[in-house]
Design a protein around this ligand. Structure first.
Ligand SMILES: *Cc1c(COP(=O)(O)O)cnc(C)c1O
Length: 489
């Protein structure tokens, strides 16, 4: 598998790169992204072959069929991390919630959010490439809450990799902050910023683009990389679970092989949905991908109106913060796939210049042939949480956004697979508020009241966080981030 660039080649970057190269330097010519030059057609034979397969067998076959330049032993080592999920025999359970609505639970990994699905194996893959090249990498991460814990967990004590993780102090939930600041390993540095997520994110972008910072790293023989969600090393692991979830429905006799389904995805940066799109392109029987958003509904408007419009838009803080995004980076890969290089470059330049681009009627129709969308506000989301709970299903506010898209966009023709991207433990104050009406609870109080209402235990790994020693004390002004990182190195 080789990769080409969404905005074409500038003569400075190589014309085509391998999977490892796309991972190590994810930004392509003109600020574009790397995309597979071609995707294989898997056909129904591939699906039938894996009807009885374990998640890891399916994953291994898919990754080797795609032909990535990673040793098979490393792929196996990476996939073995799914053995640490709650149920090693099935890391991604698919659960019936309504007659034609099934929830695929992507949060059974070590940090209780779907970021583990990709970041767990990605950590092994990246560290092994670094070792093979005898290079050392600094991975920068900026997080609003879920990427940080998952990145720290996966790179902890890995050879040839160090991580500096920036989070907005006071801008994450208690559980998310504790997951980061209790991580204790010599190759990890967690830095709280006095500011919001945008401050953390712009600091990261500035460092990634800074030649002086890179020169200082070079003196220490360290190269710079990022573990953000445009990295294809993460996307590739997000194709697998869409195929797995489909096969689960066949195994549960909910659908027959070949029958189409809706995939219903709570979306922010569009990595999860993109994985579904690639699975569909490779032959997974998908009628449409439903894109669920919160009040930051730029994707809903793109798909329903054909216009990506950021004019006058500001990020609205919501009860599903992992989806509080206006610049949804992976959409560019779909634009490329549907409209080609020239048009993608043009549209992205328009967005940069005018903060808006408009598709032609034909382009809009092509987009709608694959996607439908709706958004769910916080009040509606809480109502879905309450209703699902009454029916015996406990879910988080991100998952709840899918229920609205399902109700308004799924027709009765197909079953829907909705994706659950976080465990209830990560967003407990919102859920407690939805279930019992209690307001402004701290995480620990909310966790206890939900556990009581649901007659379940708080998972030990979450409860344990509240008694763990704080290993990462640094909270600083955003002006001194670079200095702090260099001190750590
Ligand atoms: C990251 C995240 C999302 C958004 O996923 P994208 O791939 O960025 O669209 C949704 N829900 C949760 C809980 C997340 O952590």
């Amino acid at each position: 598998m080789t990769f080409i660039e969404t905005r074409g080649n500038d003569g400075q970057h190589p014309q085509e790169v391998t999977f490892s190269q796309a991972i190590l330097s994810p930004i392509a010519s003109f600020g574009g992204l790397y995309v597979p030059k071609a995707l294989p057609d898997l056909g129904e034979a591939f699906l039938t072959k894996h009807l009885g397969s374990h998640y890891k067998e399916l994953a291994f076959d898919l990754l080797t069929t795609l032909g990535i330049d990673i040793d098979e032993a490393v792929i196996n080592e990476a996939l073995a991390l799914y053995d640490h999920f709650d149920d090693p025999s099935n890391p991604v359970p698919v659960v019936k919630v309504r007659d034609d609505l099934y929830v695929s639970e992507l949060y059974h990994g070590p940090t209780r959010a779907f970021k583990d699905m990709a970041l767990q194996p990605f950590g092994i893959v990246l560290s092994s490439i670094a070792q093979k090249r005898e290079e050392n990498y600094l991975i920068l991460a900026a997080t609003s809450g879920d990427t940080g814990p998952a990145a720290l967990e996966t790179f902890k004590n890995r050879a040839n990799v160090r991580v500096a993780c920036l989070y907005p102090d006071g801008g994450t939930s208690d559980v998310q902050r504790l997951q980061m600041v209790t991580e204790d390993a010599p190759n990890l540095k967690v830095i709280g910023i006095k500011g919001d997520f945008d401050d953390a994110q712009s600091a990261l972008k500035r460092l990634l683009g800074s030649d002086t910072f890179k020169a200082k790293l070079k003196e220490k023989s360290i190269s710079l990389s990022a573990a953000n969600s445009v990295n294809f090393g993460r996307i590739i692991f997000q194709i697998i679970y869409h195929i797995h979830s489909y096969l689960e429905l066949v195994r549960q006799n909910v659908i027959s092989m070949g029958e189409k389904v809706y995939l219903d995805v709570p979306s922010g940066n569009f990595g999860n949905a993109l994985g579904g799109y690639y699975a569909m392109k490779m032959g997974l029987p998908v009628a449409k991908i439903l894109i669920a958003s919160n009040e930051n509904n730029v994707l809903t408007r793109l798909i329903n109106e054909g216009r990506y419009d950021l004019r006058g838009q500001h990020v609205i803080p919501t009860t599903s913060p992992a989806m509080d995004i206006l610049i949804s980076s992976n959409v560019e890969r779909v634009l490329y796939d549907l409209f080609g290089t020239e048009r993608t470059k043009e549209l992205m330049a328009e967005l940069d210049r005018d903060r808006v681009y408009a598709l032609t009627a034909d382009e809009h129709a092509a987009l709608q042939a694959h996607f439908a969308a709706d958004y769910c506000d916080g009040v509606q989301g809480k109502a879905y949480i309450k209703e699902a709970f009454a029916g015996g299903y406990l879910m988080d506010p991100h998952t709840a956004t899918c229920f609205k898209a399902y109700e308004s966009r799924a027709t009765g023709d197909y079953k829907t697979i909705a994706y659950s991207t976080a465990e209830w433990t990560k967003f407990s104050p919102t859920i407690a508020n939805a279930l019992t009406g209690e307001k402004d609870a701290h995480d620990i109080e909310a966790l206890e009241s939900i556990a009581k209402a649901a007659k379940i235990e708080i998972p030990a790994m979450i409860k344990g966080l509240f008694g763990k020693a704080i290993a990462q004390q640094t909270v600083i002004e955003k002006e001194v981030i670079e200095e702090e990182i260099l001190k750590f190195l």
